[in-house]
Design a protein around this ligand. Structure first.
Ligand SMILES: Nc1nc2c(c(=O)[nH]1)N[C@H]1C(S)=C(S)[C@@H](COP(=O)(O)OP(=O)(O)OC[C@H]3O[C@@H](n4cnc5c(N)ncnc54)[C@H](O)[C@@H]3O)O[C@H]1N2
Ligand code: MOO
Length: 394
């Protein structure tokens, strides 16, 4: 059995980044940038008014009662072409500032009669102007390579005149379940049957991690049925069989996988998830999950998410944070343990971690009530309330 870190290293060194593809910015949310994006224009391109009002050149404080001649107007998109020469130009939020103007008197501070604006409030200092390039300048790096593009990133790139981006192709993941006892939800259960429940949760999880995931269905505990699933998964970058990973007489997924792939990981010293297995053949990888529900989800977080990072040019790693334990824990056993836990943020960003009372790897209800995995090292000594611990938030 190898450690979690060694398994991650093995996965990282076996997976090469997928090719990059060019996509319209509008379709790039959730994708990972293959190269940095620079601004094509400066934003704002010129100084603009931040308010509706009157643009003036203010050389000294102005007092209420001062009268100013209104020379013209500059609606947003139609700059004023003349010179100011002591007068004011009617402007609006987003209007280009007339040449020479440094201040916008908000319209609430003015009484307007014809071409004359009379100040109703003192103007102490020049303000209400957004400088050219205040957001970004042409050539600025707006998003570095490997950035996961959020929806707001797309607006940032659009504001900078960028219409296409180079992103990694989405990893294609094909899941299938393995077990004679599994039945799709909606059917009546016969004695000994349970609903196949893992695909419904894993598909959207993978989608949220930027993958294109599909579920091929349930394979019976027969080699031919599992073979058919692998055939149907020929397009996938990673095939993920769920279940049939252990040593039982009917655990056929791994037995078939061993014939089709070179296996580099056969078991990991982790709890839950020990029977997880990994291999490759040509351009395809297989990552077999144990069927116990918590084991499958822990393996998704510990191994599949980092595998997706590796396919997108990143380092496969776990984003562990530090939290404070809220109750004592007994010594850990020999396997690294990822306990289901609830983490809450307290004052000043301090994270407090409460491990779930029941940790059996069959329990979906415990997982659903948790938002983190609490990592305990192999043979780690007992922990006291208040001790710092490592957590993986999800
Ligand atoms: N003698 C030993 N027995 C077991 C060992 C061992 O080392 N020696 N390891 C145990 C560990 S740890 C795990 S984890 C499980 C994993 O076994 P499998 O991957 O072979 O999983 P299955 O037997 O197929 O299923 C286990 C359990 O999960 C249910 N299941 C499976 N798939 C689904 C699904 N898609 N949806 C809902 N539920 C599912 C299945 O019905 C079983 O109850 O092995 C231990 N045994
Ligand atoms: O590894 Mo199993 O996942 O402990 O139940």
């Amino acid at each position: 059995m190898i450690s979690v870190d060694d398994a991650l290293r093995q996965i990282g060194s076996s997976l090469k980044p997928l090719p990059s593809v060019t996509v319209p910015v509008g379709e790039a949310a959730g994708r990972i940038l293959a190269e940095a994006v620079r601004a094509k224009v400066t934003q704002p391109p010129t100084a603009v008014s931040a308010m509706d009002g009157y643009a003036v050149n203010m050389v000294a404080p102005m007092t209420a009662g001062t009268q100013i001649r209104v020379l013209g107007e500059a609606p947003a998109g139609r700059p004023y072409v003349g010179t100011l020469t002591g007068g004011a130009v009617r402007v609006f939020t987003g209007s280009a500032m007339p040449t020479g103007a440094n201040h916008v008197i908000i319209q609430e501070h003015v009484e307007r009669h014809g071409d004359t604006a009379t100040l109703t409030h003192d103007q102490r200092a020049a303000r209400n102007v957004r400088p050219a390039g205040g957001d970004f300048a042409e050539g600025d790096v707006l998003a570095p390579a490997l950035r996961w593009l959020s929806p707001i990133d797309l607006s940032l790139l659009s504001a900078a005149g960028v219409v296409e981006t180079s992103v990694y192709r989405r990893p294609r993941i094909a899941l299938f379940a393995n077990g004679d006892e599994l039945v799709p939800p909606g059917k009546d259960l016969a004695r000994g049957q349970v609903y196949e429940s893992l695909s419904t949760g894993l598909l959207p999880l993978l989608d949220s991690w930027g993958a294109e995931a599909c579920f091929l269905g349930i394979a019976a505990d027969r080699e031919s049925a599992v073979e058919a699933m692998f055939e149907a998964a020929s397009d996938a970058d990673i095939v993920v069989p769920i279940g049939g990973a252990s040593v039982g007489d009917y655990d056929v997924a791994k037995a078939v996988g061993r014939k089709r792939f070179d296996l580099y990981v056969e078991k990991v010293a982790v709890k839950p998830g020990k029977p997880v297995w990994f291999g490759t053949k040509a351009e395809q990888a297989v990552l077999g999950f144990p069927g116990n529900p918590a084991s499958a989800f822990v393996c998704a977080h510990l191994f599949l998410r980092p595998a997706l990072q590796a396919l997108s040019g990143g380092e496969p790693r776990l984003d562990l944070r530090t939290a404070i334990l809220d109750a004592p824990l007994p010594p850990n056993g020999p396997r690294e343990h990822f306990m289901r836990a609830s983490v809450a943020e307290e004052a000043e960003g301090r994270l407090v971690c409460q491990p779930a009372a029941r940790q059996d790897s069959s329990l979906l209800s415990t997982f659903a009530a948790s938002n983190a995995l609490l990592r305990r090292g192999p043979n780690e000594e007992a922990r006291a309330a208040g001790d710092p611990v490592a957590v993986l938030l999800f």
